[in-house]
Design a protein around this ligand. Structure first.
Ligand SMILES: O=c1ccn([C@@H]2O[C@H](COP(=O)(O)OP(=O)(O)O[C@H]3OC[C@@H](O)[C@H](O)[C@H]3O)[C@@H](O)[C@H]2O)c(=O)[nH]1
Length: 439
């Protein structure tokens, strides 16, 4: 979440607003290069205290497996004194925060304003994190309860189905000491002076309205706040490799910063790509129980796909790969960042969501905007190589009705997003709303 917060700081700095950005030391090293206005954005290091059970030296969520993140929340809560000191010393006009639910207690004491900023989709907030979603206090919420959207939820398409609600059971689990995830976020939102969402009216207006009415608060929209594409060119090895293929023919697959597949599901995915007969580049973390992607590949896979398929176990410059003319299809987990990047790209989109909000983002792209297809999973959650291949082929078959329809819908949304003034219009309005709030 620090990355989108920093993108917002950059957009605000572009308009002359200065900010102090509080983050762990390690994250400062990682994000420094994204600070485009160092004279207006000051990084202030926080020391992350040790919490029992957390691997020593942990500073950010990407240092640890997802099941440890609740302990990192406890460590973050123990930085409260440090945060309070910074507020006392710098006297900001307002604070923008997300999961640190205690921030409004600090701002109230200093007579300043607090904006709770959500960087995941508004639909994801609206379906689980509103007061109308009754989460029992004395027992974990059940799958059956989660299958029913909260009263007044404004969509019948952007919902969870069957097994998918399992990915939401965590909301009634502890997230920090003596507080569940649901209690934490609800408190963070309820105690704020205003809510802000990293989304836009054109795509998620009805969800933002619902959230505002649920909390009885104003909702400011920042728009998607996408950074300028990085100036660093795509690594030479990928330029060379991609350039060997026809325009729009390569399938690119990446599942963001957190997803680690089970080994059999990883194999099924790459076999699905092989089945398409198309060239492909996969960038995924090694699956569970393996240390390299090579050792996890199906038998004789590399020989069979040599010359047309690469499975890479590290990070690639996703935005740059998507921009390459040879790339024609993006197979994504539909994390909120990747969702916008897919929309802004020229590629056909195939979605394989894994976690809660990714599932809703996928419904949104496939059913509401109708710009993508979703790979069908079985009730167990498993997806087959046949379904992976079928989805990719359906969008890559240039003459098919599905392919043409998605391409045309996608073009309309992309044109709107890249329109000069669309993003800056949102940022200008957000700044104006902040002024109104503090004055
Ligand atoms: O190899 C890679 C993989 C990813 N990326 C970049 O990393 C970013 C990933 O961000 P995403 O929001 O898509 O995905 P993450 O996996 O970080 O998602 C996390 O935060 C956002 C939530 O919606 C997701 O549910 C959560 O998993 C994108 O900007 C993408 O371009 C690379 O540059 N290279």
């Amino acid at each position: 979440h620090m990355t989108p917060f920093l993108h917002l700081s950059n957009k605000l700095a572009e308009k002359g607003c200065s900010s102090t950005f509080l983050l762990p030391n390690k994250a400062i090293q990682q994000l420094q290069h994204l600070n485009l206005y160092p004279h207006l954005i000051t990084f202030h290091p926080l020391t992350v205290p040790h919490v029992d059970g957390l691997p020593p030296g942990t500073q950010t969520a990407s240092d640890i497996p997802i099941q440890f993140v609740h302990l990192l929340a406890a460590a973050m809560d123990r930085t409260r004194d440090q945060v309070e000191r910074v507020v006392r010393d710098t006297k900001p006009k307002l604070i923008i925060y997300d999961v640190a639910h205690w921030v409004p207690e600090i701002t109230k004491a200093f007579g300043i304003k607090a904006i709770n900023y959500s960087v995941v989709s508004a639909a994801a907030i609206a379906i689980v994190l509103v007061p109308a979603r009754n989460v029992p206090k004395d027992r974990p919420i059940t799958e059956a309860e989660l299958l029913v959207p909260p009263t007044g939820y404004p969509s019948s398409a952007i919902v969870f189905r069957g097994h998918e609600v399992r990915s939401l059971l965590f909301v009634s689990q502890p997230f920090g000491e003596g507080i569940t995830f649901h209690e934490r976020i609800s408190k963070a939102m309820k105690e704020s002076d205003a809510l802000a969402m990293r989304t836009c009216d054109e795509t998620e207006g009805k969800f933002c309205e619902y959230i505002g009415s649920q909390y009885g608060k104003r909702v400011f929209l920042t728009g998607p706040v996408l950074p300028e594409p990085p100036k660093i060119p795509l690594e030479d090895r990928w330029v060379k490799w991609l350039s060997g293929f026809q325009p729009g023919s390569v399938v690119f697959c990446a599942f963001g910063s957190q997803i680690v597949l089970e080994k059999n599901q990883f194999q099924e995915l790459v076999l699905g790509l092989e089945l398409t007969g198309l060239p492909f580049l996969v960038a995924l973390k090694p699956p569970v129980g393996t240390s390299t992607v090579e050792e996890a590949l199906p038998e004789a896979f590399e020989e069979r796909v040599r010359g047309r398929g690469v499975v890479w176990g590290g990070w690639v410059q996703q935005l740059k790969v998507l921009e390459h003319p040879s790339v024609g299809c993006f197979v994504s987990h539909c994390g909120f960042g990747s969702m916008w990047e897919a929309l802004m790209s020229d590629c056909q989109i195939v979605l394989v969501p894994h976690l809660g909000d990714q599932i809703l983002n996928t419904r949104f792209m496939a059913e509401e905007l109708q710009v993508a297809v979703e790979v069908v999973r079985e009730e167990s959650g498993w997806f087959s190589k046949e379904n992976v291949s079928k989805s990719i082929k359906s969008v890559m078959d240039k003459g098919s009705e599905t392919s043409l329809r998605l391409k045309e819908n996608h073009r309309k949304w992309r044109d709107m997003l890249v329109n000069n003034g669309f993003m800056t219009g949102y940022v200008d309005k957000f700044i104006q709303s902040m002024h109104e709030l503090v004055n």
